[in-house]
Design a binder for this molecule. Structure first.
Ligand SMILES: C[S@@+](CC[C@H](N)C(=O)[O-])C[C@H]1O[C@@H](n2cnc3c(N)ncnc32)[C@H](O)[C@@H]1O
Length: 158
């Protein structure tokens, strides 16, 4: 089901999550949105290890949604909210940091939405499949790096 929406449930390798968020310069002033939040590991790490102001997850597939809800509850962390909803229908305007580990087609659709909703300076971290800047000139590539077996791309909304 989730595959039909654009990306299957393939969690990021756990040991890479912290490295990716550090690469993205995530900090305690940020409001992180994980679009397709899977098992909740990015939401949890962003609050526990980077002390973000708030972490917001959208997950459409039932199994990762329920798993992440349980993991978040077990973590005892209070600053996380989780929605079982298509992120393409959500209001993303409050994000200061977007993390989206998805497939190219959905990255492209999402980029249109992010270009319209995000404020200037918002960070967008995309592992594996970059945003096509020729199609989406509203973003600036700040840096890219190989992290484990993943290439990560950090953009800023202009
Ligand atoms: C590759 S996994 C990434 C999970 C997690 N963010 C991580 O890095 O470990 C992508 C997730 O996005 C979810 N997803 C795909 N399209 C979605 C959509 N339109 N709205 C909400 N969730 C979606 C899938 O169900 C899947 O769990």
């Amino acid at each position: 089901m989730s595959g039909l929406r654009g990306a299957p449930y393939v969690p990021m390798r756990r040991k890479l999550v912290k490295q990716l968020l550090a690469f993205g310069d995530l900090n305690s002033k940020d409001i992180l949105y994980d679009l397709g939040s899977g098992n909740g590991q990015v939401l949890i790490a962003s609050v526990r290890d980077f002390h973000v102001r708030e972490a917001v997850g959208y997950e459409i597939a039932p199994w990762p949604f329920f798993l992440s809800r349980w993991r978040i509850k077990r973590s005892g962390l209070k600053k996380i909210s989780l929605h079982r909803q298509n992120f393409l229908d959500a209001d993303l305007s409050q994000a200061t940091f977007v993390y989206a580990y998805l497939f190219p087609k959905i990255v492209d659709r999402l980029a249109v939405k992010l270009a319209g909703e995000l404020g200037p300076g918002t960070k967008v971290l995309v592992p594996s499949f970059p945003i096509d800047l020729a199609r989406h000139p509203e973003f600036l590539l700040k840096k890219e790096a190989k992290i484990g077996n993943i290439t990560a791309y950090l953009y800023e909304k202009i």
